[in-house]
Design a protein around this ligand. Sequence first.
Ligand code: SF4
Length: 881
Amino acid sequence: MVRTVCPYCGVGCGILASVSRTGNIAIKGDPDHPANFGRLCSKGAALDETVDLNDRLLYPEINGKQADWDAVLDKVAGTLKKSIQNYGPQSVAFYVSGQLLTEDYYVANKLMKGFIGTANIDTNSRLCMASAVAGHKRAFGADTVPCNYEDLEQADLILIIGSNTAWCHPVIYQRIVKAKAENPALKIVVIDPRRTATCEHADLHLPLKPGTDVVLFNGLLNHLHQEDTLDRKFLAQHTEGFTAAINAANKSAPSIPHVARVCNLPEPDVAEFFHLFTSIKKTVSLFSQGVNQSSSGTDKVNAIINCHLATGRIGKRGMGPFSITGQPNAMGGREVGGLSNQLAAHMEIEYPEHRDRVQRFWNAPVIADKPGLKAVDLFEAVYRGEIRVLWIMATNPVVSMPDADRVRAALQKCETVIVSDCIRSTDTALHADVLLPALTWGEKDGTVTNSERRISRQRKFLPVVGDARPDWWIITQAARRMGFAEAFPYETPDDVFREHAALSGFENNGERDFDISALADLDNAGYDNLIPVQWPISPSRKINGHLFSDGRFFHTGGKARFVAVEPFHPAHATDAQYPLILNTGRVRDHWHTLTRTGKSPRLSAHTSEPYIEIHPEDAQLFDLDDGTLARVQSRWGSAIARTRFSKHQYRGSLFIPMHWNDQFASSGRIDAVVNPVVDPISGQPELKYTPVRISPVETTWEGFFLTRDDNDIRPFAHCWTRSRGYGYWCYEIAGEKRPEDWFHWARSLMQAEKLQNEWLEYSDATIGRYRAASIRNGRLESCLFIAPDYSRLPDRNWLRDLFKDKTLEKIERACLLAGQPFSNRKNCGPIVCSCFTVGRNTILKTIIEQNINNVEDIGRLLQAGTNCGSCLPELRELIQN
Ligand code: SF4
């Protein structure tokens, strides 16, 4: 049994992983890890399904041809050197990732900023929490997250702002739910335009108008002032800038009626929120992407922090502004300076003394003397040809960046694209000149830091496959070949970690928040056995309970600063051509761009295709039916997905998940639609506010196709999505024009001539229905169902069982042709509980037949909801309905 951590979100759950003699992987929550105490969400619990070798990048490649490491490293180092010699250091860039371990990140940052001499290294964490970083720095003088998870359990009021915590940070949410069960006095307020699963336990949901957060929190600050509930002593002793902040708040949010009008909220709800905040001292404000991913994200962060500073609710148990990170090592990336406007160890590029200190510590020939390009600008510079060599590590910007088609075009134009990844055919890797096979989760060894500043070891428990190597090793080898061997002597990840820890304490004297110098002397065994530990951890510095508990901040003079913040004005507002606002985000069981979770049948069962959540009254305005294909179009690009009506969607806006890539959907890359506008301070893109229009996609037929062997669907269907089942792939397909002859079309799709399988077929041209099945040695190989539209297609869920390794019974063959299950056969319906594969129909039937009114009874009878708990909000909704 190996103790490691989950590679998905910033909760950073501990995992116990083991591999049996037969190669079976077992995953369970680590009961001793302080982030999760044994809990895992559906994603963490299904990690065993994501570590297969399908589509693994196993060997280095140059221009599509396998190469050995020597050749490929010479090529990487030579190309970087040549470009630097000919065009200067600004002609090269790294785009890295919160998926990297701290050791990988540290080496990449050191090479770029201290040896190449430019700060052109940015990270996909720019898309996730750069606004929180910028807000922290403005308020505290350092990028300090002052809270712990325990604060959530000790609070009496939790604000959840711009976060569907129940789906995106499920274990945090479970801790909040448990805290509420144990302390019914705990109040929860959710501030989010959408009513999400997170609202289930909320005492108050404020579905504010998208983008109006600053007005709401300025209104709160003003109210605190008017009610004279400020902490005057704290204000005077530990803060500055209150007058400007309160003046700005008074101007933009003078009264509750004004706030209610601008935010489009009922006045009593705004009053209730203000009353809760005023009357309950122990308050944690948990915020995430809904706050950060905005062109005014930094101001939103500071608007929240202002209210905490004004009431002295920081640095104490159960209180504080709490930014929760999206990625497993977003925090580690911040610690090593992975953002283009930072130096290592929380030092700043713009401070000459910081540059001097880092340069001396590294004994570096140069040091970047100005901030590098932030993600959106970086790819723009690639597009313009200013960056000639781009090295992308562990991320998929062709799917995740805003204006993603332009990012793809930039890579197509770029002289040399180097990609380090564990997956061979990501949308980004397809444009690489050089491919470097990296280790993946389970094979890697290093550290990550979660949202509460807790450093944990990610440990290997799987053998290395092919020629894959750790990222820190790949960068080290390239650096040595560039002539920097002395400064890159690392042979193991702990070599890197010790240096990183030593730098954090170098000439620190308590002036910088990030200090882990107590770990700088760890030997190999100490590193191997490192238990999860929160920073700061330094021999000379102790914090009593909480960071900032002494009221000392990191600005010169030691005071925190209020920031006067102005209301949001979108760079691109809605208009007659683009009348709706596009909001993007995540679904419960998927992660990032599907390269990992898309492999898991268990995780794919919950949401198998991209969807557009739209309010039914908006849908009516655009002639849309529920469950039909629609095109969403902005000035930047378009995407297609299926409509899903929801009265929980804010009127005038759409929600579309960000996960689907070109391997899983014909037109599902929603970030191709997203505008590339960024926050002027943090550079974080506005991923939640793009003006769009929506229209129905005209199709003459729709269908689905289940097949054991993955087929190339592209020649056969205009629109398609693909998802993994146990023993099969499922394609949802649709076409503009009917094939002349379904028989030949189907036989070609199902490779019937080549395989010479047994063939079953049903066709009724008058009603536009067609069904076919291909059978080999009595076993179902593939089946196809076509109808004039989606609503007339049969249910798919009962077909899952037919792909088990079994001979089809006669009745099952008949069912395939009839397009419906034999009446005795169970049709469990769409999967709700991924852990125990329990479907909607089964749950509904049990609720009705057993007269159930609580989730505990569902768990007792069906097991649903008894493992990770991610489906509990849906179970409660089914009971309620
Ligand atoms: Fe992984 Fe889920 Fe824990 Fe996040 S909450 S770290 S995804 S198990």
